[in-house]
Design a protein around this ligand. Structure first.
Ligand code: PRT
Ligand code: ZN
Length: 192
């Protein structure tokens, strides 16, 4: 008889990693891992843990490489919005890693309202969620895709606004930006 094993994808390191492992631990599941390990077994049940970049988790679950995953709603929703026939679904909202995907603009800049975004360039790592928001508000704007340091784009004059993750708001303040509108409230999700 073969034992069916369940694979769960967790973030290897970063803002989700510790709380994801703690959730398993609180369920009585102990992951024995060394720092560089990508794959580990859980002692108590036939579960294998894959430790990966958070960006890979939606695809790993959608394509059946893993049965379960823990990932931020922002990353999951971006992948879902941008992928045809995406079939991974949310099992449960987990409450940790809360943040929001927000459009922010320079303090005292020309953009005062959402309508003012028409004709602007918006820097983001979330092009599909941003596009969906713009379409729902009948706004035409240009998207500049950046995979990091999005908050510096207005200062560099390569974008008029940004669409990025905000938690405390300190990064926006440090870059002289203010929140215009939130397009997604996010927390960690258990997905299948
Ligand atoms: O290496 P890997 O690809 O796995 O990780 P990562 O660097 O892409 O992601 P990581 O670990 O930074 O974040 C993982 C998840 O945590 C995100 O996808 C969100 O769901 C969630 N999360 C919670 C956050 C934040 N809070 C957060 N503050 N993700 C990012 N930030 C960044 C944000 O991008 C911005 O640069 O922090 C800055 C803003 O923070 P404040 O507090 O200054 O507003
Ligand atoms: Zn990532």
């Amino acid at each position: 008889m073969t034992t069916e094993r369940i694979r769960i994808a967790l973030q290897k390191s970063g803002r989700l990693a510790e709380d994801s492992l703690k959730l398993l631990k609180d369920c009585g599941l102990h992951v024995a891992r060394s720092k560089d390990q990508l794959f580990c077994r859980i002692k108590e049940l036939p579960i294998d843990v894959l430790l990966v970049r958070d960006d890979d988790i939606p695809n790993f679950v959608d394509s059946g490489i893993c049965e379960l995953g823990i990932v931020g709603e922002n990353v999951f929703a971006e992948m879902k919005t941008g992928t045809e026939n995406f079939s991974a679904t949310v099992v449960e909202r987990l409450g940790f890693s809360q943040c929001r995907l927000t459009i922010a603009v320079p303090e005292n800049g020309a953009v005062k309202s959402v309508a003012d975004l028409a004709g602007t360039t918006i820097a983001t790592s979330y092009p599909h969620l941003l596009q969906a928001f713009l379409i729902s508000h009948k706004i035409t704007a240009k998207t500049l895709v950046m995979m990091g340091s999005v908050e510096v784009a207005p200062r560099l004059k390569i974008a008029d606004a940004i669409c990025d993750i905000v938690a405390s708001g300190a990064t926006l303040t440090a870059n002289n930006l203010r929140e215009l509108t939130t397009i997604l409230n996010s927390q960690a999700l258990l997905v299948r």
